[in-house]
Design a protein around this ligand. Structure first.
Ligand SMILES: [Zn+2]
Length: 418
C-alpha cells in the first residue's frame, strides 16, 4: 500500500488537500485517510494528476531523432525513413523502445499506443520499465497480393507473441497509400477475431486524399465504411483532411481520431485537425506525439501546449481550452482504450503523476490545468506511479544512465554502418 499524504487534488476546479491511498493497483480512498502503509509520500508541495496517454507514436523511432530534418512527408519517408527502417532488427528496436519508455515516463506519460516493427521487442521494454501500452503489429502491402499474404502471416505470428506480455494489442495497417482496401478489410477481420484495436494513419495530407479519390473515385472515409473498417476498434492518427460529413460518419461509427499537432506542423500537412467540428459531431479526439523522427520529443506536456496553440491559431482563442488539451490527453483516451485510468477517483487505476508545485513554471498557481498545459515542463514531474507501482521518483528513473549509454552505442553502430 502507498499513502500519498497531503497531496493537492483538483476538486470542482479548485485545489484541495487530501490523502490518497493506493492498494495494489487501484486508488482505494481519497480524503482524510490514514493507514499503515508500506510507503508514505509526503506530498505537501505536490499536485496529483492522472497519467497522460500518448495515443499515437512509433516509440523506437527515438533512434531517428534529428536524423531527417526539414523535409515534406513523402520525401522524408521515401528517401530517409524507409531505407533506414529496412536495416532495423529486434535488438535495436528493444533499446530504442526502452529509451522511449523512460522518456515518456519521466515526462508524465503512463500509457502509449505504438505502431512499429518487432512489437515483442517493444513489449519487453514496456514490461521492464513498468509503463502501460497497447502495441501494434504493423504492415504495408504496397498493393501486392503476395506481399499482403506474407505480411499477414507475420502479423498473426507477432500478435500471438504479444499474448505473452502484459500489453494491449492492435493490428496496424499503415495508411491508404501503403495498404490496399483488401489489406484494410483483412486487418479489420483479424481485429474482430482477436478482439483487438486497429491503429491507422488517416487523411494526413491533401495529397493522400486527392490521390485516393483519383484512384478509387470515392472519398477515403466512405470507402472505408463500405468495407466495414469504421467502428470503435479503429483509432486513427492525424485525421487532418476530413470533410464535415466524414467527421460525422466517423463519430457515428465511434471511431477515435488522434491529434498529432507537432508532427503535422513539422511535416507541413497544410491544415489543422478540425477539433470544433469533431466536438460538435461527438467524435472522440485523443492526443499523440507521433514518432521522434517527426516531433522530435515524446513529451506529452509539451504536446498538450502545442495542441492548444495550433487549435487556437487555426480556429480562434476560445475554440480549444487548456481543459480540452488535458481531456484529450487523459479521459478521452481512457474511454477509447477501455482503461480505467485518466481520472483521480476511487476505484480507478493508480496511474498517477505527482507534479512539483515548487518549481518555477508552476508558480503562481491560479489554475493548475493552465499551468500544466501552458507552462509546465518535465522538470516539474516528481513521481510517476503506474499500476500502483512507483516508476519515477524525484524525477529519476532508476538505471536511466545505463539505458542511455547502451542506446547511444547502438545508435553509433547503426549510423556508422550506413
Ligand atoms: Zn505516425
Amino acid at each position: 500500500m502507498i499513502l500519498i499524504e497531503n497531496a493537492k487534488v483538483l476538486s470542482d476546479g479548485k485545489l484541495k488537500s487530501a490523502n490518497i491511498l493506493i492498494e495494489e493497483n487501484k486508488i482505494k480512498a481519497i480524503g482524510d485517510v490514514k493507514d499503515k502503509s508500506d510507503y508514505v509520500i509526503n506530498a505537501k508541495e505536490l499536485a496529483v494528476i492522472p497519467g497522460l496517454f500518448n495515443s499515437h507514436t512509433h516509440c523506437a523511432m527515438t533512434l531517428f531523432r534529428g536524423y531527417a530534418e526539414d523535409m515534406p512527408l513523402q520525401e522524408w519517408l521515401e528517401k530517409k525513413i524507409w531505407p533506414a527502417e529496412a536495416r532495423l532488427n529486434e535488438e535495436i528496436v528493444y533499446w530504442a523502445s526502452k529509451l522511449a519508455c523512460v522518456e515518456m515516463l519521466k515526462s508524465g506519460t503512463t500509457f502509449f499506443f505504438d505502431m512499429y516493427f518487432f512489437p515483442s521487442a517493444t513489449a519487453r521494454a514496456v514490461e521492464e520499465t513498468g509503463i502501460r501500452a497497447c502495441l501494434s503489429s504493423a504492415f504495408f502491402d504496397f498493393f501486392s497480393k503476395d506481399l499482403l499474404e506474407a505480411n499477414l502471416k507475420r502479423v498473426e505470428k507477432e500478435l500471438n507473441e504479444l499474448k505473452n506480455f502484459k500489453v494491449l494489442r492492435a493490428i496496424a495497417p499503415h495508411a491508404v497509400y501503403t495498404v490496399s482496401l483488401e489489406g484494410l478489410k483483412r486487418a479489420m477481420e483479424i481485429a474482430e477475431k482477436e478482439d483487438i484495436f486497429v491503429h491507422f494513419h488517416l487523411a494526413e495530407t491533401e495529397k493522400e486524399v486527392i490521390d485516393f479519390r483519383k484512384k478509387n473515385g470515392n472519398g477515403i472515409v466512405k470507402a472505408l465504411d463500405e468495407i466495414g473498417f469504421l467502428n470503435q476498434r479503429l483509432i486513427s492518427a492525424h485525421c487532418v483532411w476530413l470533410e464535415k460529413e466524414e467527421i460525422e460518419l466517423m463519430a457515428k461509427r465511434k471511431v477515435s481520431a488522434v491529434h498529432c499537432p507537432t508532427s503535422n506542423m513539422k511535416l507541413s500537412v497544410g491544415k489543422a485537425l478540425n477539433y470544433p467540428e469533431m466536438k460538435k459531431a461527438g467524435l472522440n479526439v485523443l492526443l499523440g506525439t507521433d514518432g521522434t523522427a517527426s516531433n522530435n520529443s515524446l513529451d506529452m506536456l509539451r504536446e498538450m501546449k502545442v495542441s492548444a496553440l495550433l487549435q487556437k491559431f487555426y480556429y480562434g482563442a476560445d475554440s480549444f481550452k487548456a481543459v480540452d488539451a488535458f481531456k484529450i490527453a487523459t479521459e478521452n483516451a481512457s474511454k477509447a482504450f477501455g482503461i480505467k485510468a485518466g481520472k483521480v477517483e476511487v476505484g480507478w487505476l493508480a496511474d498517477l503523476v505527482l507534479i512539483d508545485l515548487s518549481k518555477i513554471p508552476m508558480n503562481p498557481c491560479h489554475d493548475l490545468i493552465a499551468n500544466l498545459v501552458y507552462s509546465s515542463a518535465s522538470e516539474c514531474i516528481d513521481t510517476v506511479i503506474v499500476d500502483g507501482k512507483i516508476v519515477v521518483e524525484n524525477g529519476y528513473f532508476e538505471g536511466e544512465e545505463k539505458i542511455l549509454e547502451k542506446f547511444n552505442k547502438i545508435a553509433e553502430k547503426f549510423f556508422g554502418s550506413a
